[in-house]
Ligand binder design. Structure first.
Ligand SMILES: Nc1ncnc2c1ncn2[C@@H]1O[C@H](COP(=O)(O)OP(=O)(O)OP(=O)(O)O)[C@@H](O)[C@H]1O
Length: 563
């Protein structure tokens, strides 16, 4: 793919006449955490005004580098310079802020404060004993937001903003400290396609104003869309830095993994259709969830992986969560192998064999200060000792099996899960869902934050669940996640609007997620075909926008679209 990739129109180089010193230059950086070497003699140079990507597998050392570049951690060895000058002293927060800022996947703004208060936190007044002039504060905030073209009400509570608006506020705050170098650590993880486009427009805009970016993402297509230069880390070390336009997709993946990899589409290549007499394992009939979906029906057969696709407001995530007992239904039923699930009742879903990989591993997935072993076995404590006891030795053995099965990179089973890299934490969440050997696995964005190789690995594991005679539902808007499915049902604004067998093209599924298929094909009815109507009868299958399916086109585009 990168053979055809082009550099962004703005080029990414430093604007003429500006200080030629790099905005950030780190060399010889080594950082250890106990026995773990997180960075070994690593380096990076980001030129003024450059859009620079940093990629690497989970645990490669990217977040550690970010924490060193932003002054949160001190490197054991190495030098760091900003615009030619040595890095500020540790703890001199204002000096660090004027050089670099990071927008994380997890927001750092305070939900109960207004946008204006967040923007000027700890600098609301002119001096320590000066009163805060609220009107002035709001005006300054409005000016600041206006200056960077951020369309957000300065008086709004931060908690009422969308993820995208929060990110824009964080970027504006960073720029207001004078920083012309911004690090974005997986900023698109919680955005849908439109949100990503708007974020990219904003970044390109700021780049034209001379702001440099270090962009971290596991979505390699985003690297091709946005960045001019890419640096690859592998196993704590710098592997290469190259112009994006000169590095093909396969070469980039090989630099990250040290070997060649298969793509998601290759996982299902040469696979036959699901037997028509395969038992219906998951059955959702006429489900209505307030604010999320109306009269939705869906089935998944034994041996089948079904994708439930949709943009943020589609309701697909709530449907997945409801199947796992997290939300009560206003109407409709959920059953597994003929046994009903009491909606809104997690134990009832667990009892019939539903396993869940939740959307947000931080909020719903992990107990941070507990070990990898404890987190991986949370759902199976009844198997870890007699009479309600949990035997540490049995927990350890169980967890070690999981660590091997899912290739979790950790010093050991007793390591606190918070010490793992983001992608490896996600694998612990998947391990926990698989631990119960579920009959129906509901996996919500299961490859969130997972590197290209681990993504392939996790998707293969989900396929194996189905191949073992179980059913899997992948709830996601990631095209790579959907590519391993036998069937993809697309939701738009609470309704299933299209359904595709294998061989769909990216354009077809994206159009359906954007609501185009819903308007042309099934304007106000449930999708028919195998998703069925609310009374369980089969209806007409939705015509794919663009007509039919095209296996060649789907595989050809595999490398072209990260999402
Ligand atoms: N506070 C810590 N204590 C112990 N080990 C740590 C700590 N922080 C990071 N590590 C280890 O350092 C290594 C590098 O982790 P890092 O988070 O930098 O990887 P990453 O490239 O950002 O991965 P991901 O893509 O999964 O976010 C990993 O092996 C991780 O377990």
């Amino acid at each position: 793919m990168a053979d055809t990739a082009t550099a962004p129109a703005n080029g990414g180089g430093p604007p003429a006449g500006r200080n030629p010193a790099p905005v950030a230059e780190a060399t010889g950086i080594t950082k250890r955490f106990g026995a773990t070497v997180a960075l070994r003699d690593a380096r990076i140079t980001v030129a003024a005004g450059e859009s620079h990507a940093l990629v690497g597998r989970n645990g490669a050392g990217k977040s550690t580098l970010v924490s060193i570049l932003t002054g949160l951690q001190h490197a054991d060895t190495g030098t760091l310079r900003f615009s030619g000058a040595p890095a500020p002293a540790v703890g001199d927060i204002d000096a660090w802020r004027s050089r670099v800022a990071c927008v994380y996947q997890k927001s750092t703004i305070i939900p109960d404060l207004t946008v204006a208060e967040n923007l000027f936190l700890n600098r609301q007044s002119a001096g320590p004993l000066q009163p805060i002039r609220w009107k002035q504060l709001r005006r300054r905030a409005e000016e600041l937001l206006g200056e960077y073209g951020v369309d957000v009400d300065a008086a709004a509570r931060a908690k009422d903003l969308t993820v995208e608006q929060r990110q824009f506020v964080e970027i504006a705050r960073a720029l207001s400290f004078g920083a012309r170098f911004i690090i974005l650590d997986e900023p698109t993880a919680k955005l849908d396609a439109r949100g990503i486009n708007r974020l990219f427009d904003k970044l390109r805009d700021l780049q034209r104003q001379g702001v440099a970016f270090l962009y971290i993402s596991h979505h390699l297509q985003e690297v091709y869309d946005l960045c001019a230069t890419v640096t690859v880390y592998r196993d704590a070390a710098h592997i290469l830095t190259a112009p994006v336009a000169e590095l093909g997709h396969r070469a980039l993946v090989e630099a990250m993994t040290g070997e060649s990899t298969t793509t998601a589409a290759e996982i299902v290549e040469n696979r036959g259709p699901i037997a028509s007499d395969a038992a219906e394992l998951l059955s959702v009939r006429g489900l209505t969830l307030p604010g999320a979906c109306r009269d939705l029906s869906l089935t998944v057969r034994a041996g089948e992986v079904v994708g439930l696709a949709g943009a943020t407001a589609s309701g697909n995530v709530r449907v997945g969560e409801a199947i796992a007992g997290l939300h009560p239904a206003e109407e409709g039923t959920v059953s597994v192998g003929g046994r009903g699930v009491r909606t809104g009742d997690v134990p009832s879903a667990l009892a019939v064999g539903v396993g869940l990989v939740p959307e947000d591993r931080h909020l719903q997935g992990l107990v941070n200060n507990r070990s990898v072993a404890e987190n991986a076995t949370l759902t199976v404590t009844d198997q870890l000792g007699p009479y309600g006891t949990v035997l540490p030795a049995r927990t350890r053995v169980f967890a070690q099996r999981m660590i091997r099965a899912l290739d979790i990179k950790t010093p050991g089973a007793a390591t606190p899960v918070s010490a793992l890299s983001g992608g490896n934490q996600q694998k612990v969440v998947v391990a926990r869902a698989l631990a119960t050997d579920p009959r129906v696995l509901v996996a919500i964005r299961p490859t969130n934050g997972v590197d290209v190789k681990s993504k392939e690995f996790l998707l293969r594991r989900i396929r194996e669940v189905a191949d073992g005679g179980k059913a899997a539902l992948i709830v996601s808007d990631e095209l790579d996640d959907l590519r391993v499915c036998d069937r993809v049902v697309v939701m738009f604004h609470g309704r299933a609007v299209a359904e595709f067998d294998r061989g769909w093209t990216d354009e077809q599924v994206v159009a359906a997620m954007e609501g185009v298929a819903g308007r042309t094909a099934t304007s106000d009815e449930n999708v028919a075909g195998r998703t069925g109507t609310s009374d369980g009868s089969a209806g007409d299958r939705t015509e794919a926008p663009g007509g039919g399916t095209d296996r060649t086109a789907a595989s050809d585009t595999t490398e072209e679209h990260g999402r």
